[in-house]
Design a protein around this ligand. Structure first.
Ligand code: UN1
Length: 500
């Protein structure tokens, strides 16, 4: 269809401001999950490529850190403007490589634009602190210093937004970046690197190395000159990275899965709750870390909610995301589809009741794609696997409860803690919920997706390791606090001793 937007047949790495072939000259086909059309070939780079990128980044970073932060920020303003100009093309390419429907692709690109302008503003802040010294004629302050070379590893489900959450704060803070994008979605990385190239970012400050986690990712994690790893992806991979970084005392920021729930209380606006559930469970075909995959519903409204959900689910149009009328796109690849199918089987064996969906769409119009029908289970219990494990597909399970307190307990009774939501009209429950829901993000009267970039993004427990993407908190990942003492007394003053 619009494959003309993609000029390249084979992508190259972006190292030291140049487009270069990977050392091993190996490639993998990137396919559109909506129709299996081949979009491009992505290089599977080797250790040598990573080493070159890190060396380059190390040199470039020394100079970049000396550029005043407001000037560094100007590059991000230009990046934001270029993204804005190309928003429609970027969105269409994003839909082709990832599958998400075009409206959502536009939303994701917008998220990146927002991040550019927000982090550009940070270039005129990057606030430190001044603190009174315990001694006379002595000045004490804490400043943010860049960490050096940072490694970012980004997923296929938000290939441009998450890349901006990590690279923009890193760059404005004076770091250089080595970036490994997901091999399923390299085109967003290619487009963003081209935009950086045009924005006037000095060579070597951003480097893109395409390839696998086991080769490129692993080399980055072990490279002594990469001082921080920022990763978003699966729980298994994140845990392995954390262990490896732990051995090296390397700073690591992890954003992993979720098992996010919408709580629907007996006083909820059921029509609004239905809309919120539909959007956060089936948008992006459920392939968001923040996707709703559990609905914890008060038993008094369970049946009415089921009816409403079923009737609205029937209206969901599924198909190629480039068609503006479609609301649900394909699943990223065969592996993703198989995992979803397994969970459907598990759910049925566990005794949950399948009310809708549960199957691969294989009619003629879906023949060449990777589509799964939006699925609703009911009468699930909190301990079932379908109510505990991340499925990453358009599958949602209703869990009936008897009280608000029980709802909170069920919400918190999972390994993850990314996002949660409660639909209620009771102001006391609103405030109790924001206090008691053990997740990094809490919504009231909205679904579990839709985080805004100037607020911290991340979660508790198995979702991460205490760091946050986006928001001002992201700067904590990409800077070190440096304590600076200036003694202007002209004599030696010993802290803790010469205090009288
Ligand atoms: C993700 O799924 O990893 O809050 C990111 C949201 C989006 C970001 C999702 N703004 O759903």
């Amino acid at each position: 269809m619009t494959k003309t937007l993609i000029q390249e047949e084979k992508l190259m790495n972006f190292i030291n401001g140049n487009w270069v072939n990977s050392a091993g000259n190996q490639f993998k086909e990137v396919k559109n999950p909506a129709n299996w059309e081949t979009l491009v070939q992505v290089p599977l780079s080797s250790e040598a490529d990573v080493n070159e990128a890190v060396q380059t980044a190390k040199e470039a970073q020394k100079k970049w850190a000396l550029v005043p932060a407001p000037q560094r920020a100007e590059v991000l303003y230009r990046v934001g403007m270029l993204m804005k100009e190309r928003k429609e093309d970027l969105s269409q390419i994003l839909t082709m490589e990832n599958g998400k429907v075009i409206e959502e692709a536009r939303g994701e690109v917008q998220e990146g634009i927002d991040m550019a302008f927000y982090m550009a503003g940070e270039g005129r802040r990057l606030f430190g602190q001044t603190t009174p010294s315990e001694l006379k004629d002595k000045f004490a302050m804490s400043v943010r210093a860049p960490v050096g070379v940072v490694g970012i590893i980004t997923p296929w489900n938000f290939p441009i937004a998450i890349a901006t959450w990590k690279s923009f704060p890193a760059i404005v803070a004076g770091n250089a970046v080595v970036w490994k994008p997901a091999t399923e979605t390299p085109l967003m990385a290619y487009e963003l690197a081209k935009i950086f190239e045009e924005s006037g970012l000095p060579k070597g400050v951003l480097n893109v190395v395409f390839g696998s986690g086991s080769e490129v990712g692993d080399t980055m994690v072990h490279h002594k000159d990469i001082r921080v790893i920022s990763f978003t992806g699966s729980n298994d991979v994140g845990r392995t990275i954390a262990a490896k970084c732990g051995e090296q005392l390397k700073k690591v920021s992890l954003e992993m899965g979720g098992k996010n729930a919408v709580i629907v209380m007996d006083d909820a606006d059921l029509s609004l709750a239905t809309e919120g559930i539909l959007w956060s469970a089936f948008g992006t075909s459920g392939q968001r870390c923040t996707a709703c995959s559990r609905v914890i519903v008060h038993e008094d409204v369970k049946e009415r909610l089921e009816e409403r959900l079923l009737s609205e689910m029937e209206k969901l149009t599924i198909g190629n995301g480039l068609d503006e009328t479609n609301k649900v796109g394909p699943i990223i690849n065969k592996g993703g589809l198989e995992k979803i199918q397994q969970y459907i089987k598990i759910g049925q064996e566990e005794g949950a009741k399948l009310l809708a969906g549960g199957y691969v769409l294989d009619g003629e119009e879906y023949a060449n794609g990777n589509y799964f029908a939006p699925t609703l289970f009911t009468d699930a219990t909190p301990d079932m696997k379908i109510a505990q494990e991340e499925i990453f597909g358009p599958v949602v399970s209703l869990i009936p409860v008897k009280s608000f307190e029980e709802a909170i307990e069920v919400n918190n009774g999972v390994e993850y803690g990314l996002s949660s939501s409660v639909f209620t009209r009771d102001v006391n429950r609103v405030f109790a919920a924001q206090r008691d829901l053990d997740t990094g993000i809490v919504y009231v009267n909205a679904g579990t997706t839709g985080a805004e970039i100037h607020l911290p993004f991340g979660g508790t427990k198995g979702t991460g390791n205490g760091h946050r993407d986006s928001g001002v908190a992201a700067l904590d990942v990409f800077t070190e606090w440096k304590a600076v003492y200036v003694d202007y007394s002209g004599k030696l003053q010993r802290a803790q001793i010469d205090v009288d």
